[in-house]
Design a protein around this ligand. Structure first.
Ligand SMILES: *Cc1c(COP(=O)(O)O)cnc(C)c1O
Length: 386
């Protein structure tokens, strides 16, 4: 049976050339990067190079990059850190109602601990505007945190405009760019971004390693306390091989970004056209053009997303409904509900996210299986009148 992996928003395959660069750090170059002897210095060299690679990918300075344990940790560091550090200035945080749970659950925790949080509503495509952000900023606002691109419906936010508003009003601006890095161009200087989270396993790097960009002049408390690693900004012996892999993966993704985006957009459009041609009564979730080049998300009316996923899986296709973190729960996705979908339509959604390895044959196979799946499940559905 054909095997098609279309869940790249959940995680991506480690690229062979990334593994190759990691290998020495998993074997011979095992020294502790904080040690002063040759073993340590050699490991340190790998981390230094990775920091340059990340800085170059974002147009940041080398000393503005902190390595973390994952994208979630980067997000937690910003929200908890800014809330603690700027307590005297204010307690108001602005975010959106379609953020990843790494942001939303942290914001809810802060609400229970004395912060005030505004969750900006998104439009039917999953976007907020800079005007909404400007209108929500108050005297006690200490942070605006808005994701670069959504992990479920792929909508891309007007980050440069939001950055300009925040800079003008003197409010710190963080973006969870975990889905965007390596896929769309990012320039933290031009976009007035103060802090940015990223995670290696979303762009063909290893799992369990992330990074945080923090603009010079902003000093957050360390989320993990202990030794003086990362100049005191994140304690714990570095995941050297992971960090080296993150650096290699971000460099590789950015070097091929334009051609990859072009190829992926063509494949994505082929998939969207195929679904809309072959399956009646489907609804595209998210924006038709302002979306990640690899993201496709549809509601297929009258049937359950979970049943679709099972049948796709039986045919060798890995897809998802909503995000990986919430699948398995029966609650409909908070993102789809925020876009204004009713519960039934939200339940019937399927997300297909393409990767570097996706081919045209994969796309055509998925269209064919999805069409047959929809027909079969609809025949069994009491809601479907045919
Ligand atoms: C995957 C993801 C995260 C979490 O990153 P991890 O490295 O898996 O902790 C955070 N935000 C978004 C938008 C994501 O897609």
């Amino acid at each position: 049976m054909r095997k098609v992996y279309m869940d790249n928003a959940a995680t991506t395959a480690l690229a062979p050339e990334v593994l190759e660069q990691m290998m020495p750090y998993l074997t011979t170059t095992f020294g502790n990067p904080s040690s002063v002897h040759a073993f340590g210095r050699e490991a340190r060299t790998g981390i230094d190079k990775a920091r340059q690679q990340v800085a170059a990918a974002l147009n940041a300075e080398v000393d503005e990059i902190i390595f973390t344990g994952c994208g979630t940790e980067s997000d937690n560091t910003v929200l908890l850190g800014v809330a603690a550090k700027y307590k005297a200035k204010g307690n108001h945080i602005i975010t959106t109602n379609i953020e990843h749970h790494a942001i939303l659950h942290t914001a809810e925790y802060l609400e229970k601990n004395g912060c005030e949080v505004t969750y900006l509503p998104v439009d039917q495509y999953g976007r907020v505007s800079a005007e909404q952000v400007a209108a929500a900023i108050k005297d006690n606002t200490i942070l605006v945190s808005i994701m670069f691109a959504n992990n479920e419906v792929g909508s891309i936010m007007p980050i440069a405009e939001i950055g300009a508003v925040c800079r003008e009003k003197g409010v710190l601006f963080h973006t969870d760019a975990v889905q965007a890095v390596g896929h769309v161009p990012i320039d933290v200087k031009a976009m007035n971004i103060d802090m940015l989270s990223l995670s290696a396993h979303k762009f063909h790097g290893p799992k369990g390693v992330g990074a945080l960009y923090v603009r010079r002049g902003i000093r957050l408390p360390s989320f993990v306390m202990g030794g003086g690693q990362e100049k005191g900004r994140r304690a714990g012996t570095e995941n050297t091989a992971g960090v080296v892999g993150l650096g290699a993966a971000v460099e590789m993704s950015c070097a091929h970004m334009e051609e990859n985006a072009k190829r992926m957009t063509a494949l994505r459009n082929r998939l969207m056209e195929g679904i809309e041609r072959e399956i009646p009564e489907v609804k595209l979730n998210g924006h038709r053009t302002e979306r990640l080049p690899n993201n496709v998300n549809y509601s297929i009316r009258y049937i359950e997303g979970e049943s679709i996923l099972l049948m796709l899986d039986m045919n060798g296709i890995a897809a998802s409904s909503g995000s990986a973190c919430t699948s398995g729960s029966l609650d409909p996705s908070h993102v789809l509900l925020a876009l204004g979908l009713d519960h039934e339509t939200a339940h019937g959604s399927v997300r297909l996210t393409l990767g570097d390895e996706t081919t045209e044959e994969d796309i055509d196979y998925v269209i064919d299986v999805l069409k047959k799946t929809a027909e079969r499940l609809r025949m069994m559905s009491p809601l479907y009148k045919g």
